[in-house]
Design a protein around this ligand. Structure first.
Ligand SMILES: C[S@@+](CC[C@H](N)C(=O)[O-])C[C@H]1O[C@@H](n2cnc3c(N)ncnc32)[C@H](O)[C@@H]1O
Length: 431
């Protein structure tokens, strides 16, 4: 086929797309079709487990047999994802008869449409055709992706909560009542936005792709003490960096002050990232910040992070669950002593569990915590590990037992931030 391809963006919502074949190619092609809202009919005698999961979830219809020309009746597009050239040619012929575009995985020259290499950045989709050379298309796509990563807008699918009027968390993005960033609010003032971004446990590479992209877009970054310094190093020089750990007053006044900064900057039209260690909702006060923004009518997005509760043990070769060893793990804060009236944790009940206990912020009260657990039935010989500054180059870790862990931490001079893991999973990966 000669001539340059004519690029189009197909709007497939509710439109029938037939996929012929149930193997690896179909597995790769189907998710984007579903994402586009297509009414997918899959024709194949066998399916990969991933495709079967789509069928089981009711996302598409499956005809468990070989292709019949009538399968194309009512279709707008067909994707041929079979190796068998004769079978593929039969689909092509049926498609041509019906004037339906046909993508062929087995033979690009015989296809009437090509699938491009794609990168998506929020509302922006870049599709690259490499003149019939998929590798060329992918390398150009990768270069474009790098460039756009620093500049793209808010991606579709991000959960945005905007203002008390938007109701409970989980409001859909793009609600009519929500001014877009940079637009004016009802009072004519510019409206920015806030993203509560989990920065991960310490290794700068453990932030999510979305979190990192939002960080590159930020005009103001309000950062916690525990966020990886290297991430801040990469900010543009004109970004206003607010070190939340240096805000004076007591803990609750400091939180109020942080909330105020987030709201004020967003109301001034700024794109604000509140960068928090680990995950914003795991002992991170992310909920309070979300509510403060929502009450002020500021659009706010939450980007989950890799929590230290799981990743820090993992960095010390401790899986929080392991087959035939632990069927549960419990994450608990140890910042309040077990005998304090302010404690919300039933340590005596936790002592009765067999699984893994992950204690954050527990070093100060470790002697009391471990004594309480032992007093209420957890064996003193239960393995324990303590990991300081996990996933960073400064990581230190000790192995111990519940009975001796407090003394061992003291002797080793471990200090916060640290995580204590109690349970038989400690040592499960030792060979
Ligand atoms: C206020 S909590 C915040 C937890 C965070 N939101 C998360 O999801 O990981 C801070 C505590 O998390 C734990 N922590 C966070 N990062 C850590 C790391 N890199 N190494 C060890 N402990 C860490 C420590 O127990 C620290 O005192």
């Amino acid at each position: 086929m000669s001539g340059s391809p004519y690029p189009l963006g197909l709007r497939l919502t509710g439109r029938r797309v037939v996929v012929v074949g149930g193997g690896a190619v179909a597995t790769r092609r189907v998710p984007a079709l579903l994402d586009a809202g297509a009414d997918v009919l899959l024709v194949a005698p066998e399916l990969t487990p991933a495709l079967r999961a789509h069928v089981d979830a009711g996302r598409l219809r499956w005809e468990p047999r070989r292709f019949l020309p009538d399968d194309l009746d009512g279709a707008w597009l067909v994707q041929v994802a079979v190796d068998d050239r004769v079978a593929a040619a039969a689909v092509s012929a049926a498609a041509a008869e019906r004037r339906i575009f046909c993508v062929r995985a087995d033979d690009r020259a015989a296809a009437t449409a090509w699938t491009p290499a794609v990168t998506r950045h929020g509302p922006v989709t870049v599709a690259v055709l490499g003149g019939g050379d998929p590798r060329r298309a992918m390398s150009v796509r990768d270069a474009v992706r790098e460039l756009l990563a620093a500049r793209a807008g808010q991606p579709a699918g991000e959960t945005t909560v905007a203002g008390a009027a938007a109701g409970a968390a989980g409001a859909a993005p793009g609600r009519p009542s929500v001014p877009a960033p940079g637009e004016s609010g009802a009072d004519g003032a510019p409206v920015g936005r806030v993203a509560l971004v989990g920065a991960g446990p310490g290794d700068p590479e453990l932030i999510t792709v979305r979190g990192w992209r939002l960080l590159t877009e930020a005009e103001v970054v309000v950062a916690d003490r525990l966020v990886p310094g290297l991430l801040l190093d990469e900010l543009r020089p004109d970004v206003e960096l607010v070190d939340a750990s240096k805000i004076p007053y007591g803990p609750s006044r400091a939180q109020e002050e942080i909330n105020r900064i987030l709201v004020d900057r967003a109301r001034a039209g700024k794109v604000v990232v509140r960068l928090k260690g680990g995950d914003p909702y795991v002992f991170g006060r992310g909920g309070e910040e979300l509510l403060a923004c929502a009450e002020a009518g500021v659009p706010v997005t939450v980007v989950p992070g890799v929590t230290s509760a799981i990743s820090v043990p993992a960095a010390a070769r401790v899986p929080v669950t392991h087959r035939a060893v632990a069927h549960e793990f419990t994450v608990v804060s140890g910042h309040v002593a077990p005998d304090s009236p302010a404690s919300l944790v039933r340590w005596e009940s936790l002592a009765g569990l067999r699984g893994t206990l992950v204690i954050l912020m527990g070093l100060k009260n470790l002697a009391a915590i471990s004594a309480t657990l032992v007093a209420h039935g957890r064996p003193a010989g239960t393995p324990a590990a303590v990991i300081q500054e996990g996933t960073t180059t400064a990581q230190r870790a000790i192995r111990s037992t519940l009975g001796t862990v407090a003394a061992d931490v003291e002797a080793a001079g471990l200090r916060p931030p640290a995580i204590v893991v109690v349970g038989d999973v400690v040592g499960a990966l030792d060979t």
